[in-house]
Design a protein around this ligand. Sequence first.
Ligand SMILES: *Cc1c(COP(=O)(O)O)cnc(C)c1O
Length: 364
Amino acid sequence: MLKGRCHNFNAGPAVLPESVLLEAQAEFVNFRHSGMSILEMSHRSKLFEDLLAETETNLRQLLGISDDYSVLFLQGGASLQFSMVPQNLALKDRPMDVVLTGNWTQKAVKEMKRFGEVRVVATSEAGQFRYIPSVSESDFDRNASFAYLTSNNTIYGSQFHEFPDTGLVPLVADMSSDILSRPLDVSKFGLIFAGAQKNAGPSGVTLVIIRKDLLERCDTSVPTMLQYRTHAENHSLYNTIPTFGVYMVGLVLKWIRSQGGLAAMAVANQAKATLLYDAIDQSAFFYCPVREDARSLMNIVFRIQGDNDALESKFVSEAQKVGIVGIKGHRLIGGLRASTYNALPIESVKALIDFMRDFEKANS
Ligand SMILES: *Cc1c(COP(=O)(O)O)cnc(C)c1O
């Protein structure tokens, strides 16, 4: 790790690979001999168009995205997708089927309800979202407009380790906090979206992968900017794309490739998560509230026994003093959370575990 940098467990925006930061720094003032920074360049210049094409190609290769899908680089965050998805994909008098596993899904449901009937087909809400409910194809209405889920619950620390079969109903997934963390069979999905700022780059870029036949569903009365069709037809250049953000996503994708692709990411993420979950489980002081089969490899939620808020605050502030940052749990549920995205080095996990042991000794 570079001198002076902290162990960054932020949930998002989150840690980026140091080599990516250095690369961006090196070509910041004069990008590829153009005489200008990428920030100062037309989004319609050949240089930028090449960069966009290269970024899309790298994303397609990493995720194995076929030509049946369009790849879009949008703005508005994952949160805008909560309303774009139903506005583009809801069909008249056909429900939207949702597997409800946390706060981000609840927010999506709130928006979907503006555009039609929402059916919650399964939820772990009564169990404080501490597990992923099991669902099978027969739970979904065969006439549903689409089925919807959040692949990784950033706040509650749970994750789908396999996805339900939804038959002919297009499956839509919010993958904001685990896209590119493991190999994925994109062909199972109708649409995937992700805000880039957890695992794919900086904030300001939203990745959308949409099966091309679904582009045709949207009523043309929907505002132009809110139709996926507009962005697909214009290769994400209908209006000014967030150029710098796309460039950073491009650098992150190249870094993932250099590390061995998504299979290598999955191995590294599993190793980090196993270390930390084992340390939590073996301690009589800390515990993890999430059911073992549902635990996230990206956001590791834990607490101090007795849910001692004061002691947890002390943990957070003392950790900060030794350069361990971003481990306060989400304000909705309190407690502690370590986000261990692709770019977080295993050294940071080891530093956290060492600190946890010291803190436990001093405070139990
Ligand atoms: C962070 C997050 C969001 C919100 O993303 P914005 O880009 O801030 O709108 C939505 N869904 C999930 C799963 C997230 O982790």
